[in-house]
Design a protein around this ligand. Structure first.
Ligand code: ADP
Length: 213
């Protein structure tokens, strides 16, 4: 089973992906996380990527597709959750080609919606564990001890692009480049919209959709 999570910035894609990994044994493929791993190298390539990401723009399709191809080459029996990918029609078309070469397909596209206000609060309140990648929020989902990961006791960090200014740019990019994917997948009969207000309720809804596949 291969699932795409499509959503505005900070709508809860990562959180839902985490729950899907646990319940269905799918492998999460987050292009945002893959890019942040490249940033750690701190070379010229990393600097260029960082500049783009911190200005809320998308990274080039070619670069993203090569990252995804490499990741998919390791394979996963139960399938993938694509988190933050595809973000453009070009990426969507390319993903179909890659999967069809592997005799696979996309089974569902979950369009996770939330208001812009909530998205903004989730962004500026988001804190991430640099070690286990668990995501918290200082407004909605606090760790037990302030700024410390419940799982591994590491100090939580704030992503460089989680400021209000960058959020507004990321949101515009989403409206321009990613929103056309809604119609694209609707036309293919793959799209299911789920409003993400309450984490558990949203996940129950998602589970029902996936169990009908
Ligand atoms: P969010 O979903 O909160 O916006 P992500 O972690 O998915 O954050 O992405 C962070 C940044 O990484 C994006 O703003 C963009 O610059 C870059 N990025 C991630 N995935 C893609 C993609 N599929 N195509 C182009 N750029 C991407």
């Amino acid at each position: 089973m291969n699932i795409i999570l499509l959503a505005p910035p900070a709508a809860g894609k990562g959180t839902m992906a985490e729950l899907l990994v646990e319940k269905y044994g799918l492998k999460q493929l987050s292009t945002g996380d893959l890019l942040r791993a490249v940033l750690k190298k701190d070379d010229d390539e990393a600097k260029q990527l960082k500049e783009k990401m911190n200005s809320g723009q998308l990274i080039s399709d070619d670069y993203i597709i090569s990252l995804v191809k490499e990741e998919l080459s390791s394979g996963n029996e139960k399938g993938y959750i694509f988190d933050g990918f595809p973000r453009t029609i070009t990426q969507a078309v390319e993903l179909e080609k890659i999967l069809s070469n592997l005799n696979q397909k996309i089974d569902k596209v979950l369009y996770i919606t939330v208001s812009k206000d909530i998205s903004l609060k989730r962004t500026i309140g988001r804190r991430v564990c640099p070690n286990c990648k668990k995501v918290y929020n200082i407004y909605f989902n606090k760790p037990k001890n302030e700024n410390i990961c419940d799982n591994c006791q590491n100090e939580l960090i704030r992503r460089d692009d989680d400021t209000e200014e960058v959020f507004l740019k990321r949101y515009d990019t989403y409206l321009n480049d990613t929103l056309p994917l809604i119609k694209y997948y609707e036309d293919k009969g793959l799209l299911e919209e789920v409003e993400n207000i309450d984490k558990q309720e949203t996940f129950t809804q998602i589970s029902k959709i996936l169990e009908e596949i």
